[in-house]
Each structure stands twice: as C-alpha cells, then as structure tokens.
Ligand binder design. Structure first.
Ligand code: SAM
Length: 346
C-alpha cells in the first residue's frame, strides 16, 4: 500500500499589532525613498532636504523581509508604498511583484504624484498593484508651479489617465488646499473629478512641513471646504458610507444626483486617531507608530545584525503597543516630529 503524503498545513503564529487603547494596526505604510521631484511648499523647502545616505536605506530584499514579517506574523493586510516619491525608487515594478508573491499577500496600494506614471501604470498594475492615490492640488498650470515649484501639471494629468486605463479604479486624488493659493479651486476640482470619474479627497494641511511654516489659523479647515463645496453641490452624508468607513480617514459625501463621492480628511480639526489602524516604516528602516510620533523603533540595525523574525516581530509589537491615543496637535506641548512628511511617508 502506498503512503499518501498530505501537504503540511502552514503553521502561522500570527500576533496582533495591538496598542493599549484598543486599536490594532493592519495597514503598513512603507516609505520607499525620502526624495521627491516636486517641492510642494507645504512639504519641502525649494532647495530640497539632506537626503538619506544610500547605505542607510533599506534594500529591496530588506524591505521585503520586513514586509513579510508584517504580513505573515503580525496581521498586516494592506501595504501602501509611498515616500518621498515612490516612483523614484528604481525597480518599483519588481518590488510590487515580489510583495504580490508573498504567501500572505497583502492588498498593495501606492501614493504618488504621478510624474512618470503615464508610462508605468500598466506595468505596475500587471505587477500586482491594487489601488492608487494620486496627489493633485490644482488644475491650473501656473498655480501648480507656484505650489510645487515645478511645471509638471501635464505629466500628472497624463499619469491619472494612464492609471484609469490600467484599471486601477477608483483612482483617488489627494488635494491639499492652501489659503490664497488654490482654495478657490475646491468647486472646479470637484466638477473635474466627477467628469473624469476619479474620487477627490481634500486633506487638511498638517504640521509636517520641513520648514515648520504650518499655522493653524491660516489652514483651510474641513468645515470651510464643506461651505465652499455646498455653494455648488448638495453633499449627502451616506449611512452606508459611514458604516463602511471603519478606519478610513476620509469622511465621504455623495454628490446629490450622482453616484459620485467626495472625501474630506479632517486630520487636524476632527482627528480620527481612535480608529487608526496604521503603522509606518521609513525608507531607512525605522518603525513609527504615528505620523506625529516623536520616537521610532530601529528595525534596520537588528535586521542587519541577523535578528530572527521573531525578535524583529517582538520589537515591532512593542513599538505599536506604545502608540499614544492621539496625535496631540491640540496639546499645548505639541512638537512637530523631527522628520518631515516626505521622510516619514505620507
Ligand atoms: N510623493 C507622493 C505624493 O505626492 O503623493 C507621496 C508622498 S506625499 C508626502 C503624500 C501625500 O501627503 C500627498 O498627497 C501630499 O499632498 C500630502 N502632504 C504632504 N505634506 C502635507 C501636509 N503638510 N499636510 C497634509 N498633507 C500633506
């Protein structure tokens, strides 16, 4: 009688990335580089920043190793690739295909300014990219230049079209409104989004710019955005959307008379920290339990020193456990993190 060898079930000792306030992190934001080809005024100074040295930046193999620990041992379900500008990372398509080939494949998302995406969107979709968020703050070429200090609006629009053609639907558009610069564009941007079939999400400006120029008094609030949009559109809160929101940062409104939804991310005026399910890995291998964290857990040093997966997972668990209940922007003692948004991974 021949012996039938049954496949051995894969043993998974998955532990949750839980903190002391009842939240569980399942969404990993990975910064692939701190470099960017734009110089948005609310993010970076005109001259750029001191970029991280190459030898301090995780290689693809190191990144993949840490992502695998997250997905196989720690319950990470979504990996969002960001930066800096993630399209500047060489071999991004290959990295996406390697993440897609992991045994516990996460959903893979990309946040990008879309410069160069026109010729890469299809390859990224083919490699396994599931979702895309594209940043676009204006439809006016001069305003684009004033905001980003580069003349690349046409590249971004071509990238958005290519993402749609590649089936990365729905393309979500991230927009930051700046007083006196592009805040008059809330309504035209929503008209455009409806026409194009993309989902617009307005994000309140946060104190994460390298120049420390953020000022709460001049920030365009979610309430102001609502007033502006309501002058032209009837925005309806949708109970289904509210239930489905879960940990999603955007509050969604349906544009009455259409199937279109617009999101408002009131990160400053109505923080949603209580529902946060995010943890971040910087391109130099530092784990951050919050965008605004003032401490980091170094995973690169133990990784390079040969720590085991369990040891790295333990450090990761400890870092998330210590997550504070909120970002604390309203606290009198609030201090901006040392790293700007571009080096954390937005
Ligand atoms: N380069 C990519 C991009 O443009 O999407 C990814 C990184 S960028 C830091 C990610 C997002 O953060 C962009 O949508 C950008 O507009 C947003 N962002 C940057 N600085 C911000 C700030 N101070 N407040 C709010 N959003 C900010």
């Amino acid at each position: 009688m021949s012996t039938v060898l049954l496949p051995t079930p894969r043993v998974r000792a998955e532990r949750a990335l839980a903190d002391r306030h009842g939240r569980v992190a399942t969404d990993l934001r990975v910064s692939l580089t701190d470099r960017c080809n734009l110089r948005c005024t609310y993010c970076m100074p005109a001259e750029g920043l001191d970029w991280l040295p190459v030898e301090e930046t995780l290689t693809d193999a190191e990144l993949l190793h840490l992502i695998r620990i997250g997905t196989s041992l720690l319950g990470i379900r979504t990996v969002r690739l960001t930066g800096g500008e993630p399209l500047l990372r060489k071999g991004l398509e290959h990295l996406v295909s390697e993440i897609a080939a992991l045994p516990d494949r996460p959903s893979i998302a990309l946040t990008t300014n879309a410069i160069g995406l026109a010729r890469r969107a299809q390859a990224l979709a083919d490699a396994g990219l599931d979702r895309i968020n594209i940043s676009l703050d204006t439809l006016d070429a001069d305003t684009f230049h004033r905001l980003s200090r580069r003349r690349r609006l046409d590249d971004v629009l071509a990238g958005i079209a290519a993402a749609q053609q590649a089936g990365l639907q729905p393309v979500k558009i991230n927009t930051v409104l700046m007083r006196g610069i592009n805040d008059h564009e809330a309504v035209p941007l929503l008209h455009w989004a409806i026409e194009q079939g993309v989902q617009l999400r307005f994000i309140e400006q946060m104190p994460l710019d390298a120049q420390h120029g953020w000022n709460r008094k001049t920030m365009i609030t979610a309430a102001e955005i609502m007033v502006r949009l309501s002058s032209e559109f009837n925005l309806v809160e949708d109970s289904e959307d509210r239930e489905a929101r879960g940990s999603a940062p955007a509050e969604l409104f349906r544009v009455d008379g259409t199937d279109h939804r617009v999101g408002i991310i009131a990160a400053v005026s109505q923080p949603f920290c209580g529902a946060c399910d995010r943890v971040r890995l910087t391109s130099d291998g530092q784990l951050r339990n919050c965008l605004f964290a003032r401490t980091e857990q170094d995973l690169r040093t133990p990784l390079r020193a040969g720590a085991s997966d369990d040891q790295l997972a333990d450090q990761w668990i400890a870092a998330v456990a210590a997550k504070l209940p909120g970002h604390g922007i309203d606290d009198p003692s609030f201090l901006q993190p040392d790293r700007p948004m571009s080096a954390i991974g937005g």
